[in-house]
Ligand binder design. Structure first.
Ligand SMILES: Nc1ncnc2c1ncn2[C@@H]1O[C@H](COP(=O)(O)OP(=O)(O)OP(=O)(O)O)[C@@H](O)[C@H]1O
Ligand SMILES: [Mg+2]
Length: 351
């Protein structure tokens, strides 16, 4: 999924709610190489539910990430997600020649926001069937609220970098997937990027998104339950979750974490049900999970067991080599949490 073509390396900058992650890629005949990366933690109040609450601390974290990564490109590609973003497939009653006018004119009925408050874009899928005899054209309609985009580009400018591309996290996820995996054009693959506060879902087929949705669940909920049930602060609960601390609570931890895994699976279930109603003829063939929370012990097997689709943790570096300046062990330890940043960095190249 590529809305604009370009060929100028960009730093992929993923502003998540737990950390700012940045990736630089270089392209050669042999393929992509990661030539720089950084991850800087954010305090839990800096970005809440995808909204930047503390612009200064976020732009400071971006500055630290840029210094740590020693990146060459000045421009960055960033992504937006959450409630302020809508991606859906729509069939407009218009031929290919009239599609642009039709999208501009008729999109408001598919958008729960004032059209003046959004940036609108689309990609043509192909001919589509309408309820009348008129020719139809199916598009992937992309809508993002202007204030959300500005919120994000402002902190980037504040950090001294140029926000040159604003992508959608779910598209970046798909680009990272397609750059790394050999994709059967007939396969229907569910990509789930489970971060700290948000799960981006993109069900893809033949290089195009069939179904995109962001759900407010993520790793923070695992941390929250430990915090509440065991009277810990955020940091203590986070460390306990990640197995960095043992202690007397350890045996109480597992069932609490499993209760959250059940809840995450419920949300995935709801989304899959909705997908099935929308696309009764499509069957998911595989699930790939990414985001930091993808590494939760037992999550991938539990998803596979529940839905019956082969499920694995996505490796955003499966086909990407490590450059000499890059600490491969560190990159590997972050692994699936860098999927969106990799996809954003890919926006610097014609694909
Ligand atoms: N090994 C692990 N096991 C379980 N959870 C993990 C592990 N490593 C990281 N996490 C969790 O992953 C989350 C961070 O993932 P990620 O970096 O993808 O999120 P984010 O992009 O900052 O957040 P979001 O996109 O939701 O705003 C945190 O909740 C963190 O605790
Ligand atoms: Mg994220």
């Amino acid at each position: 999924m590529q809305l604009f073509k370009r060929n100028k390396p960009l730093v992929g900058l993923d502003i998540g709610s737990s950390a700012v992650k940045a990736v630089e890629l270089t392209k050669s005949k042999k393929g992509y190489q990661i030539t720089g990366f950084a991850s800087e933690p954010l305090n839990p109040d800096a970005v809440v539910d995808g909204a930047i609450m503390e612009a200064k601390s976020v732009s400071d974290a971006i500055k630290r990430a840029m210094a740590a990564g020693k990146f060459k490109p000045k421009g960055v590609a960033t992504g937006v997600s959450g409630h302020s973003v809508i991606v859906k497939r729509v069939v407009f009653a218009a031929g290919l020649k009239e599609i642009d006018a039709a999208v501009q004119l008729d999109s408001d009925q598919y958008i729960p926001f004032d059209i003046a408050e959004v940036n609108l874009d689309y990609a043509v899928v192909g001919p589509g069937t309408t309820t009348s005899d008129d020719p139809g054209t199916e598009v992937v309609l992309v809508v993002a609220k202007k204030d959300k985009i500005e919120n994000q580009t402002n902190v980037i400018s504040l950090s001294g970098k140029n926000p040159e591309v604003v992508d959608i996290d779910a598209f970046a996820l798909q680009n990272a997937f397609e750059a790394n995996y050999t994709v059967d054009p007939n396969a229907t693959i569910a990509l789930l990027n489970i971060g700290a506060s948000l799960m981006n879902i993109n069900i893809v087929k033949g290089g195009l998104p069939l179904f995109i949705r962001d759900v407010s669940v993520g790793g923070n909920q695992y941390t929250d339950i430990l915090q509440k049930e065991l009277q810990l602060n955020f940091q203590e609960a986070e460390e306990l979750k990640l197995g960095k601390t043992g202690g007397p609570e350890a045996e109480m931890v597992q069932p609490l974490l499993e209760s959250i895994t059940d809840m995450v699976i419920m949300e995935v279930h709801k989304t899959f049900e909705f997908f099935r109603e929308t696309y009764p003829n499509e069957t998911i063939t595989q699930i790939l999970i990414s985001g930091g929370t993808a590494r939760t012990a037992g999550l991938a097997p539990k998803i596979e067991e529940t839905f019956g689709y082969p499920t694995e943790v996505m490796d955003p570096f499966k086909s990407i080599t490590f450059g000499p300046r890059v600490d491969a062990a560190k990159v590997t330890s972050l692994g699936p949490a860098l999927a969106v940043a990799v996809g954003l960095a890919l926006r610097g190249f014609d694909q």
